[in-house]
Ligand binder design. Structure first.
Ligand SMILES: [Zn+2]
Length: 337
């Protein structure tokens, strides 16, 4: 049994680039649990809260019950569920999962393989992370599921270059040049000596979701804005203006300056002659990554100086605001794994 291949190819209920990381998130959680307590199964009622939070924090924008992956992951042969009476998984009903005492754990063969090969756990975690999340999110996510992937476990594996994938260094260089070594959101342009520092090439449509390695799908962003863009705090509207999620909260001056005040700003760059980010990739990011609704820009200066009322100011900004788009996958689709 090639467990890496099997875990890397969990059956997804969503297609056409829609994110459906429910099973991968449960798998990562189960690997973290196994690392701490290899012998103890997870009672549904005991992990329901954790799993809900994981889905909310790292899943797509539509809500899904943790009961779906808990039940459906059984079909992938990597997970098993038993009730108090020894029966198989009773289905996706939350109440019946709780009341039957349903307990899940990694499949017996997989547990045996993990015990035999100390490097396997890290390999499985890495393939799940690489196939479903961009690198900037990996450290937060491993911490959230309680996975310790330090080399002591023989874990972090080097994943071979995927076919058709441009070399990361080459892409980064092209992106940084196109944006003239500045963050497209804030203009940050730090360097140490002659070497740019804290600047990264960010994919708009994630590479794991068929996002191409080219300028029409990349932005040069500073480390902070790259992280916030991949976590859906920041996005772009159809006019390539910066959007900020209403769910983001920050009271400090730094949070205002580095995040809230970006609302409605135009991208900086790229220089003339370089491809701009393609609308189709922005649409994907808006539907699959951006969290909730965008904020409406606060009007300082001109509107206030002209003595507009609060209502008039909002009327003005709404005309220029973007119309929220439909999110990709419906709850209906989410339930038909
Ligand atoms: Zn920046």
């Amino acid at each position: 049994m090639d467990w890496v291949e099997r875990v890397g190819n969990l059956r997804q209920w969503a297609q056409n680039g829609a994110r459906a990381p429910h099973k991968p998130l449960l798998m990562l959680y189960a690997l973290g649990w196994f690392q701490r307590s290899p012998l103890r199964p997870m009672r549904y009622s005991e992990i329901e809260h954790d799993l809900s939070e994981l889905l909310e924090d790292y899943g797509p924008t539509h809500r899904t019950s943790p009961s779906y992956p808990f039940h459906h992951l059984v079909n992938d042969g990597v997970w098993e569920v038993r009730t108090d009476s020894g029966a198989a998984s009773p289905g996706t009903g939350v109440r019946v999962l709780r009341e039957s005492g349903a307990r899940g754990q990694l499949a017996g063969g997989l547990r045996a393989a993990l015990s035999d090969d100390p490097a396997l756990l890290g390999q499985l975690a890495q393939v799940l992370l690489d196939r479903h999340f961009p690198p900037s999110v990996h450290p937060d996510l491993t911490a959230a599921v309680g996975l310790d992937l330090e080399p002591a476990d023989g874990t972090r594996i080097v994943v071979g270059q995927a076919p058709g994938r441009r070399r990361a260094g080459e892409l980064r260089r092209d992106v940084l040049i196109a944006y003239e070594y500045r963050c497209a959101f804030c203009g940050f342009d730090g360097s140490i000596g002659r070497v740019p520092v804290g600047l990264e090439a960010a994919h708009v449509r994630w590479w794991a979701f068929q996002g191409p390695d080219d300028l029409a799908n990349c932005l040069c962003l500073c480390s902070l804005h790259h992280k916030l863009f991949d976590r859906g705090v920041l996005g772009l509207d159809s006019g390539r203006r910066i959007t900020v999620s209403r769910e983001f909260v920050g009271q400090s001056q730094a949070a205002r300056q580095h995040v809230l005040e970006l609302t409605g700003r135009a991208l900086i760059g790229p220089q003339n002659g370089s491809a701009r980010v393609a609308p189709a990739h922005i649409t994907w990011h808006t539907a699959q990554v951006f969290r909730g609704e965008p904020r409406i820009a606060e009007q300082h200066g001109p509107a206030e100086r002209h003595g507009l009322t609060e209502r008039e100011r909002h009327g003005v900004t709404k005309q220029h605001g973007r119309v929220p788009e439909q999110h990709g996958v419906t709850e209906q689709q989410g339930s038909t794994a």
